[in-house]
Design a protein around this ligand. Structure first.
Ligand code: AVI
Length: 322
């Protein structure tokens, strides 16, 4: 095992994004990437095992069942880079399939140092795997990982867990195109996408009965209190999950239960909230399996294969850069 971490942290970006998102006219917003501090990452791990949230189990089932097939479609020596590795638990199946034929370098790319550390402890003991972690935004990390590849080595980029769903649709396509710009023809992107499903099942997945998703959402305000010296009263906000059928997305909001104002010293501002006003903290777009090949084609890939889970509508898509 070899492990290296390249760090990048910016409190001032956080302060600026919070200020911009809460002082903007109209709908207040906070970027969903800030949900994942140490507490948020741990809460997301719990979400991923909740009975109502089938997404992670579906992703894992598909990888467990089809990793050998996925890997057999990539003929050359492969370097694996993962965008947003989380704990890395799901990745084990792909790495195991690959190490049957080659020593493998695995580059997890994460802005959360906690998740990166967990990923390294989960996978760090694997035989024939070297881990080089990048604590960076996705594209910076991918550029660094791509530049580490040897001649004739193909990149396999993993973008699992339907993280693409947390981008607006246009931004998601632009992101896939930006990833493509870093790849060479023949490189691969394994993309996980959560699919549309019945409304009660969808809403319950984001508003579970024991309140873990609520805690995950409210932790964003607690994080602002901790890191930016703010005075949010967490009991004065309530978690809300709504399905926007027109946009085919779940939205997470934090609803203010009263008129109130909050001071965020680290962002140099005071923010007023009216009763029932919300802060939009995350979108989770849902896809149709048959729209993925067309999206792939628009941004420079061909969809080589797709696997759909039979229990929880979710698709693993193997896209090859053309
Ligand atoms: C990480 N991402 C794919 C999750 C999702 O389902 O959109 C984040 C999440 N938010 C609430 N629950 C899970």
């Amino acid at each position: 095992m070899a492990t290296a971490v390249v760090a990048q942290y910016s409190r001032s970006n956080f302060a600026g994004d919070v200020r911009a998102g809460l002082l903007r006219p109209g709908q207040k917003e906070l970027p969903s990437k800030y949900l994942y501090d140490e507490v948020g990452s741990a809460l997301f791990e719990v979400i991923s095992v909740l009975p109502e949230y089938g997404l992670t189990r579906a992703d894992e089932r598909l990888l467990r069942r089809h990793s050998v097939d996925i890997v057999s479609r990539l003929k050359s020596h492969v370097l694996v880079a993962e965008l947003g590795s989380g704990s890395g638990r799901k990745t084990r199946w792909i790495l195991e399939a690959l190490t049957r034929r080659q020593r493998t370098t695995y580059c997890p790319i994460e802005i959360s140092p906690t998740a990166l550390a967990r990923c390294e402890s989960e996978l760090g003991q694997m035989e024939c795997v070297s881990i080089v972690g990048f604590e960076r935004p996705y594209l910076d990390g991918l550029l660094a990982a791509a530049s580490a590849r040897r001649e004739n080595e193909r990149l396999l980029v993993l973008f699992l867990g339907s993280t693409i769903g947390n981008f607006d649709r246009d931004a998601g396509e632009r992101f896939l195109a930006e990833v493509r710009a870093i790849l060479y023809p023949g490189d691969a992107l394994l993309l996980g996408t959560d699919l549309e499903k019945p409304l009660p099942q969808l809403v319950a997945a984001y508003d579970d009965s024991i309140g873990v998703t609520s805690a995950f959402n409210l932790n964003l305000l607690a994080r602002i209190n901790r890191e930016l010296d703010a005075d949010f009263d967490l009991t004065a906000f309530r978690h809300e999950a709504r399905y926007n059928a027109g946009e085919r997305r779940i939205e997470m909001h934090l609803r203010s239960l009263q008129d109130q104002s909050v001071t965020i010293a680290g962002s140099g501002c005071t923010v007023s909230f009216e009763k029932d006003e919300t802060i939009w903290t995350e979108s989770s777009y849902k896809y149709r399996a048959d729209e993925i090949p067309a999206i792939a084609q628009r941004v420079g890939y061909r969809c080589d294969a797709q696997w759909v889970d039979s229990e929880w509508p979710f698709a693993e898509n193997l896209l090859i850069a053309v």
